[in-house]
Design a protein around this ligand. Structure first.
Ligand SMILES: O=C(O)CCC(=O)c1ccccc1C(=O)O
Ligand SMILES: [Mg+2]
Length: 319
């Protein structure tokens, strides 16, 4: 650990996202470069351990060889008004959008209006997927998916409609839209159970909770499903690891959920990894933060202490 130099950041989100208003984390400088540790606030030490492995790999090791140079990405639409949703999609330049639905603050009617505005913004050829973050039971999911699919004039897939693998499998049998598993993989003891149980058509892989690029690539190869790499809303430092995974996947059928620097009001690198025309480049290592930006987004001392203590607990648990 002695070679690591931690910088704690706090960056405000543009819109509240999954209950988060300020994204926080630690940037680590290692032997070969930089890494980012930003396990969500409510994660235990055990749940945060793979996030540290991912940061450690980024700062200390090489990522696998990429097989492509650039990645198509979706823009991410939080639970916002139809007008704001339209604006997010048009300014993103992306040809695919992921829309948050089933938020406790938003009704199914509002979800459908938001999805319809996203279809207007994308035009007929764009792809729309929705993410319910496990909010529905099976019956509610089947009804909501039907309505959202109509409002969208066709959905690519619905991400994590229900909490459990068994429920995902039931929705998959009853609904006409593909099912993608996210939390079922990211929080699972065994990420491959989803495929074995026939619960999903698509696997959403987040590189940090899977323990880094090399480990996530093994999960992708073993699960036998088409994969979508998605971010955990990192700065460009952490996002680079997700792009490295997307770059190394043997196949890539769908746009990835990596267009998320635009959800933050700032970044720690001068050339933010933000999508141009719906594409992001595959970096060979994480970009180095800029000292002035590290100062600008430095967390207050209490937040800094909290993250450093979390970091040392998680690091003590081992890579
Ligand atoms: O997939 C995307 O478009 C962006 C990433 C995203 O939605 C996300 C980011 C942080 C935590 C959870 C999620 C999620 O997919 O539910
Ligand atoms: Mg999700």
């Amino acid at each position: 650990m002695h070679e690591i130099e931690p910088h704690v950041y706090a960056i405000r989100m543009r819109n509240r996202f999954r209950g988060i208003e300020v994204r926080e984390g630690v940037l680590l400088r290692g032997k070969t470069g930089w890494g980012e540790f930003c396990a969500f606030g409510n994660y235990s030490v055990a749940e945060s351990a793979p996030w540290f492995s991912c940061a450690y790999e980024s700062a200390m090791a090489d990522w696998p060889e990429p097989v492509r140079e650039r990645i198509p990405v979706n823009c991410t639409v939080p639970a916002v008004s139809p007008e704001r949703a339209y604006e997010i999609v048009t300014t993103s330049g992306c040809h695919t959008a992921k829309v948050k639905v089933a938020d406790p603050r938003s009704s199914i009617v509002e979800d459908c209006d938001r999805v319809a505005a996203v279809r207007d913004a994308l035009g007929g050829s764009g792809g729309i997927r929705v993410d319910a973050n496990g909010a529905w039971d099976v019956d509610d999911a089947v009804v909501a998916i039907g309505e959202l699919d109509r409002a969208a004039k066709g959905l690519e897939y619905v991400e994590q409609p229900c909490p459990s693998v068994e429920e995902l499998a039931a929705v998959r049998r009853k609904a006409d839209v593909r099912v993608a598993a996210d939390e079922s993989i990211r929080l699972a003891e065994d990420p491959l159970r989803v495929a074995v149980a026939g619960a999903a058509d698509v696997a959403v892989l987040k590189v940090a909770p899977l323990g880094g690029v090399h480990r996530a690539l093994r999960v992708a190869e073993a699960c036998g499903l088409p994969c979508v790499v998605s971010s955990a809303v990192e700065t460009s430092v952490g996002l680079a690891a997700g792009l490295a995974l997307a770059g190394a996947l043997p196949g890539l059928e769908f746009a990835c959920g990596l267009g998320t620097t635009s959800l933050l009001t700032g970044d720690v690198v001068p050339d933010s990894l933000s999508a141009v025309d719906g594409w992001l480049p595959v970096p060979r290592r994480a970009p180095a933060p800029d000292p002035a930006l590290l100062r600008r987004y430095a967390a207050d001392p209490a937040t800094g202490e909290r993250w450093l203590s979390r970091l040392s607990q998680v690091a003590a648990a081992g890579v």
